[in-house]
Design a binder for this molecule. Sequence first.
Ligand SMILES: Nc1ncnc2c1ncn2[C@@H]1O[C@H](COP(=O)(O)OP(=O)(O)O)[C@@H](O)[C@H]1O
Ligand SMILES: [Mg+2]
Length: 415
Amino acid sequence: MTFTLSSHNVIQYLRKLGVCSLEDNVAVEELPVTSGKNVNLLVTTFQEYRPGENTAKHVLLVKQEKNISARGIPQEFFQEWLFSQMLQKFPVLGNIAEIASLVVHFDEENSILVRNYLGEYLELGKFYQTYNIYPCEIAAAIGTSLGVLHRATFNRREYRDFIAAAPQGQFRYQFYNPAQGIESISPDTFGEIASEALQFYILYQRYESVEAAIAKLATLWEPCCLTHNDLKLENILVHSRWNQLDNCLVRLIDWEACAWGEPAFDLGTVVASYLRMWLESLVRDPAMELEESLQLAAVPLETLQPSILALVQAYLVAFPMILEYRRDLIEQVVQFAGLVLLHQMQQSIQYRKHFDNSSICIFQVAKALLTNSQESISTVLGISKSQLLGETFTNFANKQNLVRLYQSKTYLRGC
Ligand SMILES: Nc1ncnc2c1ncn2[C@@H]1O[C@H](COP(=O)(O)OP(=O)(O)O)[C@@H](O)[C@H]1O
Ligand SMILES: [Mg+2]
């Protein structure tokens, strides 16, 4: 019988581990469930530094995977722990501040992961929603971190072998190809889906070109570097004083899905996150043409394009060699962005039973990205591929040096 973590027993659990002491005052908060598969508790330990006056000492995120007994030894937390071990073993990676490990403890038996919590950072999705600003520096910082991670591990066997290790007594499955089509609807799921959501499956099956594009993308799959594999905006944090920092504006967290993988998928997932902000702000009126709806979005594509462009350019500047191996990288990034939008739509149908007029718009955009990637590059980035490469590498030639693999410290501008 595995131990079930709760806000009532977490303090005792951490005391037993020696992570917090008996003298500490502790506050526990249950975080809203994001993915639905974990229980996330925020534990703040305080120390009394003068009688009656507490200072925050340490904030920890304690996660437990739900329903673990049904699934045997879970591989996801193990993967995050393995990633943290990898950063320790290989300082070239461990020194990349944006991906630095926050793991304090891993309890494999009970599938509990304890991580340091970064109180000064906030989720990027919430940042954009709250402030409604889209500074290019932030997108560029994501592109640079990702480019540096992919470049540092590219075709390096020692990293590949390390991240492919399986938990004790388990088999490691083959590396996962992210270019997967949408599963057909089964008689079991048929009854679980709202009738209007069936429209999604009908649309998907109607356009053979979509499935053909995904199948082609799958054949191009060539896992070649360490990838995060779940770069939605909830898993990217931005520093609350981002505009005063010269580096480490962003942190990439939640490495549960990391693997030896496909670089275009990581970049495509971030591009999809930006496109979703546009697509989710559409005007939902069945009487309106698709083009009109897209243009009336509350967060227009033109507002996001500079960030998407900055993201891709910074990635290419950090990892220019990728273009020698992948001539069609940009097309693949755009196609993966379309595929990620489709998969997210399927998930939202399954969990929230949601499919409406704006979902049809999202489907049409995803289809265009997948089946017409060449033209879609200009739609997504605001410039053509040749302009992108010309502009990026003129600037790059002026800078001359490759982006450094790591910056030693975060510092405030002018300090
Ligand atoms: N180290 C951290 N610093 C700040 N916030 C964090 C940190 N780790 C997690 N969070 C917040 O908690 C949420 C859930 O954590 P995450 O590891 O992504 O769990 P899940 O697997 O449930 O998605 C994140 O989306 C983020 O908002
Ligand atoms: Mg997460």
